[in-house]
Design a protein around this ligand. Structure first.
Ligand SMILES: NC(=O)c1ccc[n+]([C@@H]2O[C@H](COP(=O)([O-])OP(=O)(O)OC[C@H]3O[C@@H](n4cnc5c(N)ncnc54)[C@H](OP(=O)(O)O)[C@@H]3O)[C@@H](O)[C@H]2O)c1
Length: 294
């Protein structure tokens, strides 16, 4: 136990796939699309403005999926990047889920579906190669070797730069890495939900980016008393402390908080500068007991 009040510094950047160095704060674009993540946003120009301000702040990782909208999220991102694409931007999209309605998400990991999905994402994003393609989730009806084998083929054809996986456990991650070079894992993880700690530990050991989705528990973490106390002490908001904790938790952590508000985006970006002490980290560790490795 180290009761030192010395602030802990965090790494400012992470190098994806050993090749592209980006700041360790991305943007989850899912919430740019309309309420219920369905169709177009109510105000398309405002949504595009939020994305533009993410790029202006210096965010270089934009997370999307063909299922957000569906399709409209990728179209919106392409509209913004067409006018202004800063060097080093990584658009991370996903495939493997299909939507039948606002709350209807179905898995489809068949190779034919994924090959079509990649080609459609390329068309919507208006690019010749997808920066980071993530298998959104494992389809229980399809061996993951077949799903990832199809993605690997497209990578070999030059249509995908990096491959990532999402909603994978440690056993599935090990199988995936026998098929393709997995450079990122996107799983649900935040200060109040640390079930994916074993996967994070594998990622940390192997230098794989860990992209926590739901990093703010959609804002619910703001009610957590320990966070409120530390935030008041530092003149920050509880959600900024929740993001700062993620950055302190591991050097492979790449949070992608989602927001439809330029003000919230600015707050989230500013959380990179908050330093937590060992005391702060010990207090924050009490919020959620860690699940032992499987
Ligand atoms: N791989 C997967 O299966 C999966 C699943 C879900 C999500 N994702 C990805 O992960 C990203 C993040 O997850 P998420 O959007 O579900 O959850 P989240 O980032 O934990 O929370 C987003 C919510 O928090 C609010 N919020 C954000 N910043 C705030 C701030 N500074 N102050 C107050 N409220 C704030 C937003 O509302 P406002 O709009 O009002 O700011 C929004 O409702 C998504 O955008 C998506 O790209 C992936």
């Amino acid at each position: 136990m180290d009761p030192s009040p010395e602030p802990k510094m965090t790494e400012a950047t992470f190098t994806l796939g050993g090749e592209v160095t980006i700041p360790r704060m991305g943007f989850g674009a899912m919430r740019l699309t309309g309420d219920g993540v369905w169709h177009w946003p109510k105000d398309r120009e405002t949504a595009k403005g939020v994305l533009r301000s993410a790029l202006d702040h210096g965010i270089r990782l934009i997370d999307t999926a063909d299922a957000y909208g569906p399709e409209t999220n990728e179209y919106l991102i392409a509209e913004v990047l067409k006018d202004h694409r800063p060097d080093g931007v990584i658009v991370a999209t996903k495939g493997g889920l299909v939507r039948g309605g606002p709350s209807d998400w179905r898995r489809d990991g068949r190779p034919d579906h994924l090959k079509r999905a990649v080609k459609n994402s390329l068309r919507r994003l208006e690019v010749e190669r997808i920066d980071l393609y993530q298998l959104h989730a494992i389809d229980p009806e399809v061996p993951l070797e077949d799903s990832l084998g199809a993605i690997r083929e497209l990578q070999d054809e030059g249509l995908i730069r990096f491959v990532g996986v999402s909603n994978f456990g440690i056993v599935e991650l090990k199988r995936a890495r026998q098929i393709v070079d997995v450079i990122s894992v996107q799983n649900r993880y935040n200060l109040g939900d640390r079930n994916q700690e074993p996967v994070l530990e594998v990622c940390q050991r192997e230098g794989i980016a860990f992209i926590p989705w739901y990093p703010l528990a959609v804002g619910e973490l703001a009610d957590e008393p320990v966070l409120q106390e530390i935030a008041a002490d530092k003149g920050a908001t509880p959600l900024q402390i929740a993001l700062s904790w993620l950055l302190h938790r591991s050097s492979v952590m790449l949070p992608i908080p989602g927001t439809s508000s330029a003000d919230h985006l600015a707050e989230n970006w500013a959380a990179r500068k908050i330093e937590l002490t060992s005391d702060d980290l010990q207090k924050l560790d009490t919020i959620c007991p860690v699940t032992p490795a499987r």
